[in-house]
Design a protein around this ligand. Structure first.
Ligand SMILES: [Zn+2]
Length: 482
C-alpha cells in the first residue's frame, strides 16, 4: 500500500493523508483547511485536491477542528461519493464548525460581490454575481450552508474502541486521543499478501488530566506511526492546576485591581474547559460576585454538544454533573448572543470576566473587547493558547507596547498574562511517552506531521535519540510504500 502526505506536512494546518490499497481502495485520513497556504496563484490554481475525489472510498476524520475537517464540503463538490467516518461527538462538532465556516464565507462573498459590482460598473458589464460566487468557490474553495448540508449527509459515526470492518481486508478502530470532545487516534489493520500491517494516525494528541476530557488511550503496537508534533520541542511550563491558575488570575485582575479580565479562547474545546473550571471554583466559593460573559455564539452551541455527550467526558466531570445538572450553567454566567450586547460589554468599566473567541485575537468578537481595553491599565488580557505570528495575540504575548489601531496607534496599558495550563496539545514529554507505546526496534517508520518545520526537525532528532531511527519529516506530496 502507498501512503501520501497531502497536508500538515512541514506545517501545522491542512491535515490530509491518502492511503492507497489493493483493489482500488483509497482512504483519506482527515480533510482539513490549509491555513498556511501562501503559494497559490489564482490564475493557475486547479482546485484544492491533488487527487481525484471521486476515486476515494472513504474519509476517516480524527476530530472536528477545522484544520482537520474544513475541506470536506469541497471534497463533495468535486465528486466524492463515499462515507465520512468519525465519532458521534465529532460529527456534532464538525457540523457546527462547518456551518460557522459557511457563514464566514457568506460575509466574505458579499464583500467580493460588492467589489465585483464596482469593477463591472467600470468595464466588464457581463459578469454576474453568480459568476463571482463560482469564481470564489473555484479559486479559494469557499462554500456556503447548502454545500455544508449536503456534506453532512455523507457522515457515518462509530464508537470508540470498537473494531469496524471497512472491507474483508481492512479493519479500523478509533481510540481516545483526548484533545477535544470526540477526538480519536485511528488504528488501521490492513491484510495484504497474507500479511497484516498496522498503522496509527495520531490526529491531535491531548493531555492527561485535562478538564472534562478522558485521557489519551495507550496505542497498541503498530508497524507505522503518523504522529503530530505541535509542541515537538517544548514543555508546558505552568505546573499549577487549571483551578489554581484561574483563581490566581481572577484574584489579581478582578479583586486586587478591581478590573476587567479578558480571556481570548477558541470556541470549541478551550472555552468549555474554562467554563467548567470556573463552575468548579464557583461551587467551591472561590469566585468573587462578578459577572462572567461567555461571548461567542459558536461557543454556546459547542457547549450544548459537550453537555449532550457527557457520557464521552471523564469520570470527574460526570460525577460533578450528578450534583450540578448542567456543567456550563452557574450563577453570574451570562451567554452573549447579540453583537450589540457584545459591543456594550466591551465598553463597560466594572470588574467582570469576558471569555470570547478567537484565541489568537485574530477576528472574532474578542478583538473589540481587547482593542477597547488595551489602554485601560485596570484590564488584564489572559492568553491561554498558542498565537501564531502576525496575530494580535502574538504581538501582545511578545510584549509589544504599541498596537496599530484603525485611526492611530494604541499604547498598551492593560496587563498581559499568559499560561499554558489550558493547552489542548501534548507537549514534548507527552509526545515521547506517546512514541514509546511502540518498541523502537519493531516500529518500521515514524512520520512527523502537524507542526512548524523547525519544531519537527527538533522532534525528529529527539525521536532518533530515543531509538526511533527511521523518523521521517515528509514534505507535501511525498509517498511511501508501506
Ligand atoms: Zn485539533
Amino acid at each position: 500500500m502507498k501512503l501520501t502526505f497531502w497536508g500538515a506536512s512541514r506545517q501545522v494546518s491542512g491535515s490530509m493523508y491518502l492511503l492507497e490499497l489493493e483493489d482500488d481502495i483509497r482512504l483519506l485520513i482527515d480533510c482539513g483547511t490549509d491555513m498556511e497556504r501562501k503559494d497559490y496563484n489564482p490564475e493557475d490554481y486547479l482546485g484544492i485536491f491533488p487527487f481525484e475525489p471521486s476515486m476515494l472510498s472513504a474519509v476517516i476524520v480524527t476530530h472536528a477542528h477545522i484544520d482537520h475537517t474544513g475541506y470536506l464540503p469541497n471534497l463533495i463538490r468535486e465528486g466524492f461519493e463515499g462515507k465520512i467516518i468519525c465519532t458521534e461527538p465529532t460529527f456534532a462538532l464538525t457540523k457546527l464548525l462547518l456551518e460557522d465556516a459557511a457563514s464566514l464565507n457568506q460575509s466574505r462573498l458579499k464583500k467580493i460581490n460588492a467589489e465585483g459590482r464596482k469593477k463591472r460598473n467600470r468595464k466588464d458589464k457581463k459578469t454576474s454575481p453568480e459568476i463571482e460566487i463560482k469564481r470564489a468557490a473555484d479559486v479559494e474553495g469557499m462554500y456556503l450552508q447548502r454545500q455544508v448540508d449536503e456534506t453532512l449527509d455523507y457522515f457515518t459515526t462509530i464508537p470508540l474502541g470498537k473494531k469496524i470492518k471497512l472491507n474483508q481486508n481492512i479493519d479500523m478502530t478509533f481510540i481516545a486521543a483526548g484533545h477535544i470532545l470526540g477526538a480519536a487516534h485511528v488504528i488501521l489493520e490492513v491484510k495484504e499478501n497474507g500479511e497484516t500491517k498496522k498503522i496509527c494516525f495520531s490526529g491531535d494528541i491531548g493531555r492527561h488530566n485535562y478538564p472534562l476530557l478522558i485521557d489519551p488511550a495507550v496505542v497498541p503496537e503498530v508497524d507505522y506511526l503518523i504522529c503530530e508534533s505541535t509542541y515537538g520541542n517544548r514543555q508546558h511550563k505552568d505546573d499549577r492546576s487549571p483551578e489554581e491558575a484561574i483563581f490566581d488570575i481572577i484574584h489579581n485582575a478582578c479583586v486586587v485591581e478591581q478590573g476587567k479580565l479578558i480571556i481570548p479562547a477558541f470556541s470549541v474545546g478551550r472555552t468549555q474547559a474554562m467554563l467548567y473550571t470556573l463552575h468548579k471554583l464557583r461551587v467551591a466559593g472561590k469566585l468573587p460576585p462578578i459577572k462572567i460573559y461567555a461571548d461567542s455564539p459558536l461557543a454556546l452551541k459547542s457547549t450544548w454538544v459537550y453537555q449532550k455527550y457527557i457520557s464521552w467526558l471523564n469520570e470527574e466531570s460526570k460525577e460533578f454533573a450528578k450534583n450540578h445538572t448542567n456543567l456550563f450553567d452557574f450563577e453570574n454566567l451570562i451567554y452573549v448572543e447579540d453583537m450589540k450586547d457584545s459591543k456594550k460589554i466591551a465598553k463597560i468599566n466594572e470588574s467582570c470576566i469576558v471569555i470570547s473567541s478567537s484565541g489568537m485575537i485574530q477576528g472574532g468578537r474578542v478583538e473589540h473587547h481587547v482593542r477597547m481595553n488595551l489602554e485601560n491599565p485596570k484590564a488584564t488580557i489572559f492568553m491561554i493558547g498558542f498565537a501564531a505570528e502576525g496575530t494580535l495575540g502574538y504581538e501582545l504575548m511578545n510584549g509589544k507596547k504599541t498596537i496599530r489601531g484603525k485611526k492611530s496607534d494604541i499604547n498598551v496599558k492593560a496587563q498581559v498574562k499568559a499560561s499554558d495550563v489550558f493547552s489542548g496539545h501534548a507537549d514534548l514529554n507527552d509526545l515521547i511517552r506517546f512514541a514509546h507505546y511502540q518498541k523502537p526496534e519493531k516500529l518500521k517508520k515514524l512520520f512527523l506531521v502537524h507542526g512548524e518545520y523547525n519544531t519537527m526537525l527538533d522532534l525528529q532528532k529527539t525521536f532518533i535519540k530515543e531509538g526511533f531511527k527511521d523518523t521521517i519529516v515528509p514534505k507535501r506530496g511525498d509517498s511511501f510504500e508501506l
